[in-house]
Ligand binder design. Structure first.
Ligand SMILES: Nc1ncnc2c1ncn2[C@@H]1O[C@H](COP(=O)(O)OP(=O)(O)O)[C@@H](O)[C@H]1O
Ligand SMILES: [Mg+2]
Length: 340
């Protein structure tokens, strides 16, 4: 039996706190783990606490709705147009958005891990293909269309109302001149990339060219094996090139935005995605003037990003997670009520 990277990190943090981490049931499953410490015991599901409600989870997973609710509470969230399964992607609202911004992002409204997210949509034909791909991935066939936000990605870890860590997540970008397959093969030679099949404490993962990437390239009418044409590049939205600890550099008011977003949605253990120029996160949100915005609140966040950054300091987020789930002395109380 081998735990996944996340569960290995939970188990290691538990051991350091003098707690036990055990599998649940005789058949190995990575979905559940029993934590115990003296009389205390808690069952966690990856980085889901025992306190998280189904309502909070569903709300946070609905990007469009959760952003609307957070915006009403004065949090700076990206604004998008929701196109439902029967909607017209080339209708006047989306056309106006394209004319105004020139570059759009299309994503499943209920997606995760960057799968089905197209970030370089500049014409109606690409828009239609991006929509088909995102729709096929979304649970309710709903697609979100929004302006491209220049800059980088920040991920903030929040546990029980406290923003504990922030990393910058840099995505790999395929360049013109060589095929996507060759470039992915080169990226995959990076010894820091691990695989799901043999879980280890590698900070980043192998890029699986055949699965998501082929479909992603089709949106741009590109092929895995053909050279990417001059003047083009393709961001791989579901993978990482570098994960850089930025905890000390992010302005406390941005950390407060992340903490409030989780708190309002009832997400006690969350990962908040922010997007904008790195410099904008060094100052308060008001100074960013809309150039930096909240993209989404993730439940079951990838806390390993903070424990195993490729650059900068590791942050003890797993210890905080275990202490919170077990309610060890000094840990914050359960904080999973939806308050929006
Ligand atoms: N509006 C945007 N502008 C620029 N890039 C974006 C935008 N939205 C998403 N992305 C890119 O796609 C990634 C995944 O987007 P996100 O909204 O977090 O969806 P998911 O739920 O799939 O994680 C981001 O980390 C970023 O690299
Ligand atoms: Mg995300």
């Amino acid at each position: 039996m081998v735990w996944s990277r996340t569960n290995q990190l939970i188990a290691a943090a538990a051991a350091e706190l003098g707690a036990r981490a055990e599998p649940l049931g005789r058949e190995h499953t990575d979905y559940f783990m029993r934590l115990s410490h003296g009389e205390r015991s808690a069952i966690v599901s990856k980085t889901r606490s025992p306190f998280l409600t189904q309502v909070a989870q569903g709300l946070a997973n609905n990007k469009h709705l959760s952003r609307e609710l957070l915006r009403a509470r004065a949090l700076p969230c990206a604004e998008g147009v929701l196109v439902d399964e029967a909607g017209d992607i080339a209708g006047p609202v989306v056309r106006a958005l394209l004319a105004r911004h020139g570059r759009l992002v299309v994503k499943p409204n209920w997606g995760n891990r960057g799968v089905g997210v197209a970030t370089d949509v500049r014409d109606l034909a690409t828009l239609a293909r991006a929509r088909e791909r995102a729709r096929a991935i979304d649970l309710d066939e709903e697609v979100l269309v929004e302006p491209f936000i220049a800059g980088t990605n920040l991920r903030v870890a929040v546990i029980a109302g406290e923003a504990l860590a922030a990393v910058e997540v840099v995505r790999p970008t395929l360049q013109a001149g060589r095929s996507a397959a060759a470039q992915v093969a080169a990226l995959n030679r990076d010894a820091r990339r691990g695989t799901w099949s043999t879980p280890s404490l590698c900070p980043i993962d192998q890029i699986e060219a055949d699965e998501d990437l082929a479909g992603h390239l089709e949106v741009y009418e590109l092929d895995l094996e053909a050279a990417i044409p001059d003047g083009r590049e393709v961001e791989i939205t579901g993978d990482e090139l570098a994960v850089i600890d930025r905890t000390e550099e992010v302005h406390p008011e941005w950390l407060a935005v992340a903490a409030s977003a989780c708190d309002l949605l009832g997400v006690d253990v969350g990962g908040v995605d922010l997007r904008g120029p790195l410099a904008a996160f060094a100052g308060p949100p008001a100074a960013a003037q809309g150039s930096a915005l909240l993209l989404e609140v993730n439940v079951v966040p990838a806390l390993h990003l903070h424990a195993l950054p490729t650059e900068g300091r590791a942050r003890p987020v797993f210890a905080a997670f275990v202490a919170y789930c077990l309610q060890l002395p000094g840990a914050p109380p359960p904080r999973a009520q939806v308050r929006v």
